[in-house]
Design a binder for this molecule. Structure first.
Ligand code: CP
Length: 283
């Protein structure tokens, strides 16, 4: 049983194997994976949920999406009991997103779990698709300077990316408002120092403090005034969903040549095929 839970559990070799397999899928490789997988998304998702579904369909996996709103979660059934029951039906792997951190510790080795994001600490498939995008651009994950800007306090994307990039000796610096874990520095002062600018979503649903989104964009967002400060080879990433004109101005979002945001989404399908193959190989 080979779960995919956290970047911390992966070796550099495994990370590179997954990225290179993702690139093979992107270049047209085909594979068949014999598995029955249930997607259990207890928090909202568009990109992670749909790209796992697309990857599963392309691999010929039998897909069983659990409709959360009409499920027995609503009657108080636990995640563990849900998984035990689905496993008894013959479903042999689970893609799970939940607010609960490290929930799998309770189930040690009972299930094959692919983590679609837990709490504020882990989003390993996102970190892998980000790394695939960086690797495609720079042909390396080593010795790069990466600025991650935004809600670094609440962001599982920040933590998983930091875990991954530091394994390869890349420098990861967090920026943003103090209330979100940053140092309050105006990013236009530092943009020119970095190879990768990763923007994080302002998570209104987790925030207690109100501040002006226009002020945020001026000081911490990529906008028409500061985008010219980027190094010529630098790339802009954002995991999505984007708050338009907050983390990044609309005109730059998809149209600027240094924005690789939709490339990230495309890579998400391909690297998730690699993850499903890795986790479901010997079921
Ligand atoms: N990046 C990301 O996790 O997006 P979703 O919440 O839409 O899955």
């Amino acid at each position: 049983m080979k779960s995919f839970l956290s970047i911390k559990n992966l070796t550099k070799t495994e990370i590179m194997q997954l990225i290179k397999r993702g690139l093979e899928f992107k270049n047209g490789a085909k594979a068949k994976v014999n598995a029955s997988v249930s997607n259990i998304f207890l928090e909202p998702s568009t990109r992670t949920m749909m790209s796992f579904q697309k990857a599963q369909k392309d691999l010929g996996i039998n897909i069983y999406d659990l409709p959360i709103a009409n499920s027995s979660f609503k009657k108080g059934e636990t995640l563990e009991d849900t998984l035990l029951n689905l496993k008894s039906m013959g479903i042999n792997a689970f893609v799970i997103r939940t607010t609960e951190e490290n929930y799998w510790d309770k189930f040690t080795n009972q299930f094959t779990i692919i983590n679609g994001g837990d709490g504020t600490k882990n989003h390993p498939s996102q970190a892998l698709l980000d790394a695939m995008t960086i690797y495609e651009h720079f042909q390396t994950l080593s010795n790069l300077k990466v600025a991650i800007i935004g809600d670094i306090k609440h962001s599982r994307v920040f933590h998983s990316n930091k875990d991954l990039l530091q394994k390869f000796n890349s420098q990861v610096d967090g920026f943003g408002p103090k209330v979100l874990g940053g140092n309050n520095q105006d990013i236009s002062e530092v943009l020119g120092n970095y190879d990768v600018i990763m923007l994080l979503r302002i998570q209104h649903e987790r925030l207690k403090t109100d501040f002006s989104m226009a002020d945020y964009n001026a000081k911490f967002g990529i906008n028409e005034h500061n985008v010219s400060k980027l190094k010529k080879h630098a790339i802009i990433l954002h995991p999505g969903p984007v708050n338009r004109n907050v983390e990044i101005s609309e005109k730059i979002l998809y149209n600027h040549p240094q924005s690789k945001i939709l490339e990230q989404v495309n890579n998400g399908v391909n690297v998730r095929k690699a993850i499903l193959e890795f986790a479901c190989k010997n079921l």
